[in-house]
Design a protein around this ligand. Structure first.
Ligand SMILES: [Zn+2]
Length: 155
């Protein structure tokens, strides 16, 4: 764990508030200890609900590495990741995550994502935002095509 990088994410979060962004900052560091991705929360600035600090940092790091995986990298973030970023971190196959503030601090600051975690555990028909399965004919075709495709890039 690099204290300088950890502190830097918190400072990025503070600076981002002053620039009217959300109070979050994140950094991706490669196996050489070099910063290859940085991000601050720009959801309201860019009208992008997915523009969380971690997502921004992961996108930049993947561009820098020209790869969709960051398996030799670690993520430093000013706050414990939300469910969306949690998923992105797993998809990116990051090695480890260091976070400063925890979920309860984020909730006290007005960023409560506990209800998303609760929603995820409910059966789809009991969620506040309904997810309805449609048993469409041919709905498995995309996966059949994927399995058959000889030159696919697995991930
Ligand atoms: Zn997030």
């Amino acid at each position: 764990m690099n204290t300088t990088y950890m502190n830097q994410t918190v400072q990025m979060a503070i600076d981002n508030v002053k620039k009217n962004g959300g109070p979050f900052g994140a950094i991706v560091v490669d196996h050489n200890g070099k910063i290859i991705g940085k991000g601050a929360n720009v959801v309201t600035k860019t009208n992008d609900p997915t523009a969380h600090a971690e997502i921004q940092a992961i996108r930049q790091a993947c561009q820098a590495k020209e790869s969709f995986q960051l398996s030799d990298c670690v993520l430093y973030t000013s706050c414990e990741p939300c469910p969306m970023c949690f998923g992105a971190i797993y998809w990116a196959k990051l090695q480890k995550v260091y976070y400063a503030a925890d979920q309860t601090m984020a909730a006290a600051g007005g960023f409560d994502d506990a209800y998303i975690y609760e929603e995820m555990q409910k059966p789809s028909h009991e969620r506040q935002l309904p997810f309805q399965e449609i048993p469409l004919e041919g709905r498995n075709r995309p996966f059949e095509e994927w399995k058959k495709h000889p030159d696919k890039t697995e991930y």
